[in-house]
Ligand binder design. Structure first.
Ligand SMILES: *[C@@H]1O[C@H](CO)[C@@H](O)[C@H](O)[C@H]1NC(C)=O
Ligand SMILES: *[C@@H]1O[C@H](CO)[C@@H](O)[C@H](O)[C@H]1NC(C)=O
Length: 338
């Protein structure tokens, strides 16, 4: 496409750049088959979307499309699981309430959950034409550091951000700490995974070492992968919309001027933001989609309607946490702090 002018490309580029789709909530549960396999309950609460074979233990050899009977994702060949921590509001009296999730822009009617992107190209780099590689069965990864409480610690991860939504379409600025003022349409967390694979390992001890960021620039600017991780993968990217509207009255916020939101693992800074991914696409569906330009409509992929997405769910395994009412302690007992 190098022969087209930048202006023309700007108009057509979105149709070539990415796969973007909603996944409704599968379950909110205290399980983490990637970081704490087999541990019931895991240390903190997660919100999970995708195939309903999600469980505390997920053997990499597990046939996720085969063992799931449904998926909450719009593309019905995607039985992957995607998950993040859960946001809480801490009231002045010290009690906590879970912040509900809401549908993203363009996905009205989808029950909570999150938006998933697989970027084929940099959204803003219209010259980039090289193909990206899909993840494979057994592939999984993690990004972030639950223990991070300083800006230096999170900047290592480059692309774990928050957007204070003025309206449902706000995207900038993207910041690395919790917004300091109430956000009229809630808080969006955006989590972008690294895009360079070592070409050998489907996972690693910290679930991160088999992946790396481009050695210069970013995926979006077409930055080259390092020699240690030469395979340029699709950029996996989550957006989670947290509906803070019932908590936006400044009267209810701390008197010392700090902000009241806290992650389910006790982080009040926002720097511990993290995300998990377990690949579970059927056959070669993801590579097929990545090889053919699509934006919302991906002709090579099967889709299901919103009612079918919302109807797929799974009951909680850890049932003794109260996740719907005001509670004295966060599930698992983490204490809000800096
Ligand atoms: C999930 O794992 C538990 C044991 O930890 C097992 O009893 C249950 O059947 C599993 N559920 C599914 C849907 O695989
Ligand atoms: C704590 O504050 C919240 C928000 O104002 C309120 O809804 C809740 O009932 C309070 N809980 C207690 C135990 O006072």
């Amino acid at each position: 496409m190098k022969w087209l002018s930048v202006t023309t490309l700007a108009l057509i580029a979105p149709s070539h750049a990415l796969i973007r789709f909603p996944c409704a909530q599968l379950v909110v549960d205290r399980l983490d088959p990637l970081v704490n396999p087999g541990l019931v309950p895991s240390p903190h609460l997660h919100q999970i979307v995708g195939g309903n074979s999600f469980n505390a233990t997920m053997d990499p050899a597990k046939d996720m499309p085969g063992e799931s009977t449904c998926t909450t994702c719009q593309f019905s060949e995607d039985f992957s699981n995607y998950w993040t921590a859960v946001l809480y509001f801490k009231a002045k009296n010290g009690t906590y309430k879970r912040v509900p999730q809401m549908a993203n822009s363009g996905f009205d009617g989808v029950n909570a959950g999150q938006t998933v992107y697989y970027m084929q190209d940099g959204l803003y780099n219209f010259q980039q034409t090289s193909k990206v590689t899909a993840f494979q069965p057994g592939f999984r990864m993690y990004i972030g550091n639950v223990a991070a409480r300083s800006r230096e610690e999170v900047e290592r991860f480059r692309q774990l951000t928050y957007t204070c939504l003025q309206d449902i379409n706000t995207r900038d600025p993207q910041i690395v700490d919790f917004p300091s003022e109430p956000c009229p349409m809630g808080i969006m967390t955006a989590l972008r995974f690294p895009t360079c694979w070592d070409g050998k390992n489907l996972d690693s001890a910290d679930h991160m070492a088999h992946m790396a960021y481009p050695e210069s620039g970013t995926f979006e600017t077409g930055g080259p992968c390092p020699a240690s991780h030469p395979v340029r993968m699709s950029q996996l990217f989550y957006e989670v919309n947290w509906d803070t509207r019932e908590f936006n009255n400044k009267e209810d916020w701390p008197e010392d001027g700090s902000q009241p939101f806290v992650w389910s693992f006790g982080d009040s800074t926002g720097y511990g933001n993290h995300a998990d991914y377990v690949f579970g696409w059927k056959d070669d569906a993801l590579q097929r989609a990545l090889d053919s330009p699509c934006y919302i409509n991906c002709p090579t992929l099967a889709t299901q309607d919103t009612a079918a997405m919302n109807a797929c769910s799974k009951s909680r395994v850890v049932t003794d946490d109260d996740i719907d009412n005001w509670v004295e302690t966060l599930p698992g007992g983490a204490v809000a702090g800096m």
